[in-house]
Design a protein around this ligand. Structure first.
Ligand code: AMP
Ligand code: GLY
Length: 420
């Protein structure tokens, strides 16, 4: 079959890499793709936020299956447009993607069945939000309701910081995303990510992961999109996964179906673990980036069969064939990230790192310039390895990092420390 993947990051490179290994895949197109993706798939120029354009492209290119990577096209209704045109599609409708696109919506869904999550309140004006913060005290969490590219969450350690966040949000710092503000109880604990496929009725867990959000070693420095990840997450024990399925995920799937907006796609549950119990931090309506890279490394070709079963409503009876393995990815970023950074520096040594089923350098933000791979973003490479133990996977990933010649880049040296 002919398959189109929408997106251009490390997540989409990993999806393309896994899909490509499956003999069902004939032609693979990624739009817009990047320099790494171009080595294994056709890259196409396409406005991926424009549902009509995506549908027209699929018709012209006889695409049989569309996989939507990032949240923005999902929130913009691209999966709806594709399904309406009769295309087999992996990714939730815009209504269902509100589980990521609106924090208050997710909280309403949680309240509908008493899911364990932080206590919360919503505000459309600053004065009552400020009063609420003063009454609750710190630490406290202030969130722009809408999509803010991962930047709309302030975990405030003091009341002053929380008040400033409220003023920023209502002052327009996050545009329309901050027109409504959600204020939450601060939850202490250890975070982990839980990935579940849902076809609207049946939910199938497909793995756990943990990422490292801070830029610096020892989880210090500014927040980022993620500096590395590993799977599985040992903190998410079988018992905790069962509890999260029963108390959080399955009721969400049922509630979305009951509302007439069934959830079809991958549901990414961000969980906080404390006192032997998981509580929901947030949902995302897509694979995590870089969590997807470690999941794909472990799933390999069966990822396509699972996504097809999900899109075709056949998850009942589908199963994941797990190897007892571990995968770890190290993000190499441009110096300065997540602040200002330069683009265009050359990255050398990649040719010597031929990928195999246990080693891959996924490209997150690269471009081909005059035959050379250059940095074209903040997070640039995801150096990924799989092995029998997490320690071995980490050793292999850093051995690859050390062979990459890119003086303008940096990475954390301690990915996986929490689990090792
Ligand atoms: P979100 O975009 O909702 O995932 O929030 C980003 C990050 O903020 C999460 O990964 C957590 O580290 C943190 N966070 C969000 N909500 C809370 C909360 N209620 N308590 C503690 N930390 C939180
Ligand atoms: N790595 C976090 C995310 O994809 O949201």
């Amino acid at each position: 079959m002919n398959i189109l993947i929408l997106g251009s990051g490390g997540r989409e490179h990993a999806l393309a890499w896994a899909v490509k290994q499956n003999p069902k895949c004939d032609r693979l197109i990624v739009a817009p793709g990047n320099a790494g993706i171009a080595a294994i798939a056709e890259c196409a120029t396409l406005d991926i936020l424009d549902g009509a354009a995506v549908v027209a492209f699929c018709e012209e290119n006889a695409v049989d299956f569309v996989i939507v990577g990032p949240e923005a096209p999902l929130a913009a209704g691209v999966a709806d447009a594709a399904r309406a045109a009769g295309l087999l599609t992996f990714g939730p409708s815009a209504e269902a993607a509100r589980l990521e696109a609106s924090k208050a919506f997710t909280k309403e869904i949680c309240d509908a069945y008493g899911a364990p999550t932080a206590a919360w309140a919503r505000f459309t004006e600053a004065a009552p939000a400020r009063d609420y913060i003063r009454r609750q005290g710190a630490p406290i969490v202030v969130k722009a309701d809408g999509l803010a590219a991962g930047k709309g969450v302030i975990v405030a350690m003091t009341v002053e910081e929380a008040l400033a966040a409220v003023d920023d949000m209502f002052g327009g710092e996050f545009g329309q995303a901050g027109a409504e503000v959600v204020i939450e109880e601060f939850m202490a604990g250890e975070e982990a990510s839980f990935f579940i496929l849902s076809d609207g009725e049946t939910a199938l867990p497909i793995g756990t992961a943990q990422d490292h959000k801070r830029a610096g070693d020892g989880d210090t420095g500014p927040n980022t999109g993620g500096m590395g990840a590993y799977s599985p997450a040992p903190v998410l024990t079988e018992a905790l996964q069962r509890q999260a399925m029963e108390e959080i995920v399955l009721p969400t799937i049922r509630e979305m179906a009951r509302r007439g907006t069934p959830y079809r796609g991958v549901l990414y549950a961000g969980l906080m673990i404390a006192d032997g119990r998981a509580r929901l931090v947030e949902y995302n309506c897509r694979f995590g980036d870089p969590e997807c890279q470690v999941l794909m490394m472990r799933l390999g070709a069966q990822a396509l069969d699972l996504m097809l079963a999900c899109a075709e409503g056949r998850l009942e009876g589908a199963r994941v064939n797990w190897a007892e393995d571990h995968a770890l990815t190290v993000v190499m970023a441009a110096r300065g990230y997540p602040g200002a950074y330069a683009k265009g520096s050359a990255i050398r040594g990649l040719e010597a790192l031929a990928g195999d089923s246990r080693h891959m350098v996924f490209h997150a933000g690269t471009r081909l310039e005059g035959g050379e791979v250059t940095a074209n973003g903040g997070r640039v490479l995801n150096v990924t390895a799989r092995a029998e133990t997490l320690a071995a996977a980490r050793g292999e990933a850093y051995a690859m990092v050390d062979r990459i010649d890119w003086p303008e880049g940096f990475c954390r040296r301690d990915i996986g420390w929490r689990a090792l």
